[in-house]
Design a binder for this molecule. Structure first.
Ligand SMILES: Nc1ncnc2c1ncn2[C@@H]1O[C@H](COP(=O)(O)OP(=O)(O)OP(=O)(O)O)[C@@H](O)[C@H]1O
Ligand SMILES: [Mg+2]
Length: 358
């Protein structure tokens, strides 16, 4: 057994080796702490820790404040920009855009806003074009009718009636043009407001084609164009509205005859059992040997008032208004069908309408 540890000076760590290397006895290591020192050390440690916590809290707080300020700024600035842009749009400044320089929700919102502003600009332009086109198309035949009516009155008073028939023919042509334009505008309005009344029934394609051959016989003859229908259509039927089908074909055959130069050909054909999606459709085609349409124009000619400038410039007589195909497309789509064009400049065009078989 070892001896009791000796009294040692307070606060000192004493390590005593009580075992002589020779004796092989156990050694005592005695560690003594002074309470005062311990308390002082404790308080020092608490103060230090407190200071560190306060420092860290202050840093976190400052960083937090800076971060929140930056976040608030990064959210409020784009919202302010958007509010400003909305005001600009409301004041009809449709060219105003928001810079898109981020890829989060606010960036996407700004992109969508710009897209909406772009569409509004397009619609505004369309509206202006529409108004100026309508004004022009109403004004010019009306003023021609007025002019020729005055001319007839004047010539009649002077006892000169040599050109009477010519003048009356001009008046009649302009009245027809006016009437057609007003009807087209009414059709466009009906299509746009979805107010078309569709009454479908089973129609013989052969009969529908024959009506077109009869209707356009004189016009085709005038230009020496061979207008024919494929005999294979005999048994084909389509489920459609008869008036609308007639209007569709009249527009397409009318265009083909109008744009095909003399001595050309216009041919009507059809094919049943063509699948568009899951339903069986009948394909009705009008092919011509006209000027053809460049790929870049093939989609836009189905929009209102769109014409191919090169084709229009070469045309003699009445140039039309570019409403026929827009109406045709509307009439096809309201019956659950689609319309396509295959064409190449210099190689003619084939307009095909796909209508449900039943
Ligand atoms: N068969 C065709 N061959 C060549 N170009 C065509 C043919 N059909 C239509 N186009 C082009 O498409 C344009 C639009 O045709 P659409 O029938 O809509 O108008 P339009 O015939 O010019 O005028 P509207 O039909 O109002 O009298 C035409 O102006 C023409 O440039
Ligand atoms: Mg037309």
């Amino acid at each position: 057994m070892g001896r009791p540890p000796p009294t040692l000076p307070a606060g000192e760590l004493v390590l005593k080796e009580a075992l002589s290397k020779k004796s092989q006895e156990k050694a005592h290591a005695v560690i003594v702490f002074s309470r005062k020192n311990i308390e002082r050390a404790e308080q020092e440690a608490i103060r230090l820790t407190g200071r560190r916590i306060a420092g860290a809290t202050a840093v976190i707080l400052i960083l937090g404040l800076l971060f929140s300020a930056a976040l608030a700024r990064s959210i409020s600035r784009p919202i302010q920009r958007m509010a400003r842009a909305t005001k600009e749009l409301a004041q009809n400044n449709l060219d105003h855009r928001i810079p898109v320089n981020r890829s989060d929700e606010l960036g996407r919102l700004a992109g969508d806003f710009n897209h909406m502003a772009e569409r509004l600009g397009e619609l505004d332009k369309l509206k202006n074009d529409f108004v100026s086109m309508v004004t022009h198309e109403l004004r010019s035949p009306l003023s021609a009718i007025e002019t020729y009516a005055s001319l007839i009155t004047e010539e009649w008073r002077n006892g000169d009636s040599a050109d009477l028939v010519d003048h009356l023919t001009t008046i009649r042509n302009n009245a027809t043009r006016l009437g057609r334009f007003v009807n087209n505008i009414l059709d466009v309005a009906k299509i746009e407001s979805k107010a078309l009344d569709v009454r479908k029934e089973k129609i013989s394609v052969a009969l529908a084609f024959k009506d077109q051959l009869d209707l356009f016989y004189a016009r085709a003859k005038e230009k020496n164009i061979t207008l024919s229908a494929d005999p294979a259509v005999a048994d084909v039927t389509v489920f459609a509205d008869p008036d609308k089908l007639a209007q569709i074909l009249t527009n397409l055959v009318g265009n083909a005859l109008k744009f095909t130069p003399p001595d050309g050909q216009v041919r009507l054909s059809s094919k049943a059992g063509v699948f568009r999606g899951r339903a069986a459709h009948v394909r009705l085609s009008v092919a011509d040997t006209g000027p053809g349409i460049a790929a870049k124009d093939q989609e836009r000619i189905f929009n209102r008032f769109e014409q191919v400038a090169e084709i229009r410039d070469k045309m003699k007589g009445q140039k039309g208004t570019g409403l026929g195909l827009a109406i045709t497309k509307g009439l096809v789509e309201v019956q659950g069908g689609t319309i396509t064009v295959e064409s190449e400049p210099g190689r003619g065009s084939v307009f095909s309408v796909y209508l449900p078989e039943e």
